[in-house]
Design a protein around this ligand. Structure first.
Ligand SMILES: [Mg+2]
Length: 357
């Protein structure tokens, strides 16, 4: 098994702002696994919130590849070994897990969702995300999301949150998901805002308070008129049991939990605990989005719009019909890098790099 990787630059169509930070472009990693004439692809979107950087992901790759061993057909055992060989670095782990499942699907000649037994017709419609913006800009952004059944609005916990909601409500009555990204730090304030938002047609709230405020979140859950979903609070499948006391649902991202296998386990555990389920994403190309979309038939909510927010997706487009991601008949994850972009990337061999260092 041979593995190599390249850095890819993703430019956003608009500046993207959340409660913590904002950016115009992202640098993700693409990885390739070659074995027996078949090549599988994966993507890492390292995130500072989880102690990751492009550099830390690149440094983790050789260690993770070593743990994966030489036979991708043994993925069940190998991915478990990889997950435990070092702490954190969910994005780098996710890239290798995705590449392995893309390889497996191509090796078996089947799309991944079919291997899992999922009905492609059951993918819920995706939401369209609006980053934090001035009210006038928010109205402009909302135009791009007109065709989606609901919008996801980022709030910052600052003094302009209600202005952003009111601006949106002046142009659309689409149901809203509100993602606070840990922005509210006071329990009473959080509860006041949630009651106000419930009156504005908001249907659920994501991560209202910091992950560290677990006790407050447990107090908030029984008082909240809207379902509360964990995002930053959830970084590993094992978190679910504890989180069921503080949240009604979970937003699972491949980049947080370390890939498709761990995401599937997390979602299964959440379903067993009768929690609602959502699949989310970071700013990712269509490759990372397709990897998550292969699990989408098992969830209640889909927030997989990371590639729609880009000025250009380096992968051939995942098609949307009525805001529903159309799972491909192609083997593996179902998408590939555009040939011109694939050939421009500077692929670096991991094995060769290991010898040099
Ligand atoms: Mg979120």
């Amino acid at each position: 098994m041979h593995v190599d990787y390249a850095v890819v630059t993703l430019k956003l169509a608009d500046t993207f702002a959340i409660s913590r930070w904002q950016y115009e472009e992202r640098h993700n990693l693409m990885v390739r696994i070659h074995h027996e004439g078949v090549t599988g692809y994966g993507e890492a979107a390292p995130n500072r919130r989880y102690g990751e950087s492009l550099q830390s992901a690149m440094e983790a790759l050789p260690i993770l590849v070593e743990a994966l061993g030489d036979d991708p057909r043994l993925f069940f055992h190998r991915i478990e070994t990889m997950q435990h060989c070092l702490a954190g670095q969910g994005a780098a782990k996710a890239a290798l897990d995705m590449a392995l499942f893309d390889w497996l699907g191509k090796y078996l000649g089947q799309p991944l969702y079919r291997y899992f037994g999922f009905d492609a017709g059951l993918v819920p419609a995706t939401s369209f995300t609006l980053g934090i913006a001035e009210p006038a800009k928010m109205i402009e952004k909302a135009q791009k999301g007109r065709e989606f059944p609901f919008l996801k609005l980022k709030l910052g916990g600052g003094p302009h949150d209600r202005d952003m909601v009111s601006a949106l409500r002046s142009v659309t009555q689409q149901p809203l998901i509100v993602d606070v990204n840990e922005g509210w730090t006071d329990l009473k304030h959080a509860l006041n805002e949630i009651y106000w938002l419930a009156d504005q047609g908001v249907i659920l709230i994501e991560q209202p308070m910091p992950a560290a405020a677990y006790e407050d979140l447990c107090r908030l859950k029984p008082r909240s008129p809207l379902p509360l979903f964990a995002d930053e609070s959830l970084t590993a499948p094992g978190d679910i049991v504890r989180l069921s006391s503080a949240f009604h649902g979970v937003n699972v991202k491949l980049m947080k939990v370390g890939g498709i296998l761990e995401a599937k386990r997390t979602l299964e555990l959440a379903r067993l605990l009768e929690m609602q389920t959502m699949l989310g994403c970071m700013i990712e190309s269509g490759l990372g989005i397709a990897a998550a979309a292969n699990l989408a038939p098992m969830v209640d909510w889909v927030d997989l719009d990371g590639n729609i927010l880009l000025s250009e997706d380096p992968c051939d487009a995942l098609s949307l019909a009525n805001s529903q991601i159309q799972l491909s008949e192609r083997a593996g994850l179902g998408v590939s890098l555009k040939p011109a972009i694939h050939d421009q990337l500077e692929w670096q061999s991991l094995k060769a790099k290991q010898v040099v260092t």
